[in-house]
Design a protein around this ligand. Structure first.
Ligand code: CS2
Length: 514
């Protein structure tokens, strides 16, 4: 067996003659040029979304400024995957019957803050950097219920001390990593302010409601409680020179599996440790509120607008709400993937009911988005069996996702005098999922599923025990439901009834600990 070369700028030239028609090559750029973008949280999503738009926009405009310095979160894995490849990697686009591979070169290097925090800070501070973008997931921001900073979080408390030292110009050890993404972002902002304060855009690309402005408020609140003498002056600079546009990001990006790597190798004739996988669909809507220059992302298909909210509400409530509902409902029925779940006639009806009866009626002011068409396109995307997006991956972090994807819908429906039966059923599926995973009784595709959630301990405490009373315990003790919802009797009754109903349809569960 001949061993394959590894993808890199050096091997690229040698591989090119053998490339098939379905491979697109990266644009050629001076890879040593200073990056215009620092991206915090370089996971698969960023590589299959923003980095692709950035590659295409820069190629289109012939603009050399927009290389990305990717920053990992907790581990050095992505650095080890991409640095030996000069940042190059492939996006394997999968749909039934078609495969395409896009080689992307916009990520110029990856830094691991565990060893390279000084480099991250100096790059955020550099005047050649114009954008700091983030995909650190919902939990990465360390927000408390209500949206402010979670000051009881030890990681954030530690970061506040480090931040105060940075603001007041007595940074302790430059390479000492921050413990939260919010901490690292603020420390970078403080460093940039001290370095002369060239305006900057912070571009939040996570599925949060009103994402940019939400993080902007969080940043302000952190500085308001900071004991640093210079906190007010930093805050003033941020208010005048740093913008936080809202964005809506959309592309389904499952975890890369070995089988995907084999496919990419056969197309490319090289190994690619940084390979990511995605569906063909991609969408990015960005509020056009930049503090300085930006890539011509519109040339790559992004929508730059003043009104992101309609797109964002439609996406979070229809796509993400239904995605989570199918993930919990599907996992409880033993389905490994979303495609299998949405092919189940009962779950398909349930997904449609959630969209038609609760999500769509809860949406106000959706501009000219055709909601029926949107529903059909979402369900079609979920049915794409080629990508193998697992129910368990989407089921992760429910305590963070539910309020954004489902509870806002429930609240609006209750507020207008309707009972959100479909959302109640989705929430009941989550409760049963939490119950079964904390009892160790849920098996999907032959594996026992564990509860993966930053609030796992608190959730398990509420969920364990008899199924009778599960809904009430979760509503009262999980910490996920805002008081008005937890105390709403119509909502309580609907969730309680949905748990009983789902349980009756899942004999394995009913046998567990009732
Ligand atoms: C998914 C999303 O993992 C999840 O929770 O619902 O990541 C979803 O695939 C993306 O938001 C699609 O844009």
């Amino acid at each position: 067996m001949t061993s394959l070369p590894r993808l890199s700028p050096d091997t690229l030239g040698r591989l090119a003659p053998g490339l098939g028609a379905e491979v697109s090559l990266p644009a050629e750029f001076d890879r040593a040029a200073a990056p215009g973008i620092v991206h915090l949280g370089i996971g698969a999503f960023h590589r299959a979304h923003q980095a692709v738009y950035t590659e295409r926009a820069a190629a289109h405009a012939g603009d050399e400024r927009w290389g990305i310095l990717g920053v990992t979160q907790r581990s050095a894995t992505v650095r080890e995957q991409l640095r030996p490849q000069g940042g190059l990697y492939g996006v394997l686009e999968l749909s039934e019957g078609a495969t395409a591979l896009d080689l992307i070169g916009s990520v110029r290097d990856v830094a691991f803050p565990g060893e390279e925090t000084a480099r991250v800070l100096s790059t955020v501070a550099a005047p050649t950097t114009h954008i700091v973008s983030l995909t650190v997931t919902e939990k990465g921001y360390r927000r408390a219920d209500g949206g402010g900073p979670n000051l009881a979080d030890p990681a954030l408390a530690y970061d506040l001390d480090v931040l105060a030292a940075e603001i007041d110009g007595r940074p302790s050890d430059d390479n000492e990593p921050s413990r939260s993404a919010s901490g690292l972002l603020l420390r970078g902002l403080a460093r940039r302010h001290r370095a002369g304060g060239t305006p900057l855009t912070v571009l939040v690309c996570d599925n949060l409601m009103d994402n940019g402005p939400t993080v902007e408020r969080l940043v302000h609140r952190i500085l308001e409680v900071s004991p640093a003498a210079g906190a007010t002056s930093l805050l003033d600079w941020i208010r005048t020179s740093v913008t936080f546009p809202a964005t809506m990001v959309d592309r389904i990006v499952p975890a890369t599996a070995d089988a995907h790597r084999r496919v990419a190798e056969s197309v490319l004739g090289a190994t690619d440790a940084g390979l990511v996988v995605a569906e063909p669909f991609t969408q990015w809507v960005i509020e056009d509120r930049f503090a300085g220059p930006r890539p011509a992302w519109e040339a790559a298909g992004a929508t730059l607008t003043d009104h992101v909210a309609p797109y964002e509400h439609v996406k979070l409530r229809i796509l993400n709400g239904t995605h989570s509902a199918l993930a919990y409902g599907g996992a409880l029925r033993g389905y490994a993937t979303i495609a299998e779940a949405v092919a189940d006639p009962e779950l398909n009806d349930f997904a449609r009911a959630l969209i038609d009866e609760d999500a769509i009626p809860s949406l106000a002011d959706t501009g000219d988005i055709d909601l029926e068409e949107y529903r059909e396109s979402v369900l079609e995307r979920f049915a794409n069996g080629a990508i193998g997006h697992t129910t368990v991956q989407i089921a992760m972090d429910g305590s963070q996702k539910l309020p954004i994807r489902m509870l806002a819908t429930a609240r609006d429906r209750l507020g207008s005098g309707h009972t959100p039966f479909a959302i109640a059923r989705a929430v009941a599926s989550w409760m049963l999922y939490v119950h079964a995973t904390s009892e160790g009784t849920l098996e999907v595709a032959g594996r026992t599923v564990e509860l993966d959630d930053p609030a796992a301990d608190r959730l398990a405490l509420a969920a364990r025990g008899p199924l009778d009373g599960l809904a009430a315990r979760m509503l009262d003790q999980s910490g996920v439901f805002p008081e008005d919802l937890a105390e709403n009797l119509v909502w309580r009754a609907a969730v309680g009834a949905a748990v009983r109903d789902l349980r009756a349809g899942a004999p394995a569960l009913a046998g567990a600990t009732s």
